[in-house]
Every structure is written in C-alpha cells, then in structure tokens.
Design a protein. Structure first.
Lengths: 114, 114
C-alpha cells in the first residue's frame, strides 16, 4: 500500500543547533508534501509545504527539501528553540483537491536539550 | 480570530453507547475534515466536507460511523454502538483553500470507550 513514514521516532538536539527531520514516502503521485507540528494536547499545526515540482522551499527558520529520486522529504529547523519541542509529522496530499485528505506519517518527537 | 473548536474535549462512554462529537470550523472555511489519532494507527483521514457535502465516505472505519455538516459550518461525527477500538483522539480541521494543504486543526476530542 502507499504510505508516508518517518525514519526516527525521537530526535534530541541541543538548543541553538540545527535540526533535520527526515521522512520517506512511497506515493509518487502526491501533489504536495507538508510538514505539521503537534504539541502535547493540541492539534497539528501547519509549518510548511512543498509542491511536487519543487525541490526546496524556505520559510522562517525552516527549510523543506524534496528528493523525488529517492522519495525523501526533510525538514530543517535552524537554531532550534525550546518552543520547537513537539512531534513533527510529514504528510502528503494528492491532486484531487480537498477530497483527498492528508496522509500522515507516524511522527518524530523532537526534544530540545538546554 | 477564533480557531477550530471541538466539543467535548474528553468523552468517556461505555461500550455499546452512541456518541456525538462536534466541530466548529473557522468562520468562512468551506472545507472541513475529520481525522482520528490513535497510538496504533497514527493520524487517519476519515471524511471531508466541501460545504455540506461529503463526496467520499470510504474513509470512515465502519458503518457505525457517520458525519454530517449543516449550514456549511458546524459538523458532527457520530459513532453508534461504540467499541473499545474506537478509543482515540478525534480531530477536526478546516481549510479555506480548495487544495486543502494548509489545514487548521482543533484540539481534538479524546474518546475513551470502557
């Protein structure tokens, strides 16, 4: 079946360092690849997305890289802060508009060490 | 402005009882989504509404699950004859765009079936 998954369940980094969270996907037909952040007790929060015809997109302190050759997605967070501690999910979206819903990976727990 | 709200925040019910979960999307958002988050299955897409219409109900786990949306706003997810495997956090999200990439999630309803 088609799915989106994550390589590591937990990632621990020092405050101020850069973080890289990785994701493997299997559905080459997805139109969008997205990163969401979920803090404890809250719903997921959109971070950034990248369309399938791009390989890099930058936001505020975040960069998403898409490698379609190896079906790999990554999220880079610069100068991580305590508020970045959360579970990060990669997700994919088909080209069928809203009807596709989002297919989420299993999540990586990012822990920021002081 | 107000975000997506869900009620109740927690619901404990006995096996076999019916439950109704409510979602109030962001005002003006035409697209509404229901997801289920559980330890075993991660985040699963259940159903999507564009306005009051749900074009595809195949994501609902069983025929015990139903959802409706009235007036293009509030949505309810109903689970009949609840089972223990229905225990999960039920998340609602809304979106203003047709692509449904950036979704705004509510805090969820934690359902526990005893």
């Amino acid at each position: 079946g088609e799915s989106v998954g994550l390589h590591l369940p937990t990632l621990s980094v020092q405050e101020g360092d850069n973080s890289i969270i990785n994701c493997a996907y299997s559905n080459s037909a997805s139109d969008y690849f997205i990163w969401y952040k979920q803090e404890s007790g809250k719903g997921p929060q959109f971070i950034i997305d990248i369309r399938s015809n791009m390989d890099k997109r930058q936001g505020q302190r975040v960069t998403v890289l898409l490698n379609k050759t190896v079906k790999h997605l990554s999220l880079q967070i610069a100068a991580t802060q305590p508020g970045d501690s959360a579970v990060y999910f990669c997700a994919e979206k088909g080209s069928g508009g809203g009807a596709d819903g989002l297919t989420f990976g299993k999540g990586t727990h990012l822990i920021i060490q002081p | 402005g107000a975000g997506v709200s869900q009620s109740p925040s927690n619901k404990v019910t006995e096996k076999g009882k019916d439950v109704e979960l409510r979602c109030d999307p962001i005002s003006g958002h035409t697209a509404l989504y229901w997801y289920r988050q559980s330890l075993g299955q991660g985040l699963e897409f259940l159903i999507y509404f564009q306005g009051n219409s749900a074009p595809d109900k195949s994501g609902l786990p069983s025929d015990r699950f139903s959802a409706e949306r009235t007036g293009g706003s509030v949505s309810t997810l109903t689970i009949q004859r609840t089972q223990q495997e229905d225990s999960a956090v039920y998340l609602c999200a809304s979106s203003s765009g047709l692509a449904g990439v950036e979704q705004y999630f509510g805090p969820g309803t934690r359902l526990t079936v005893t």
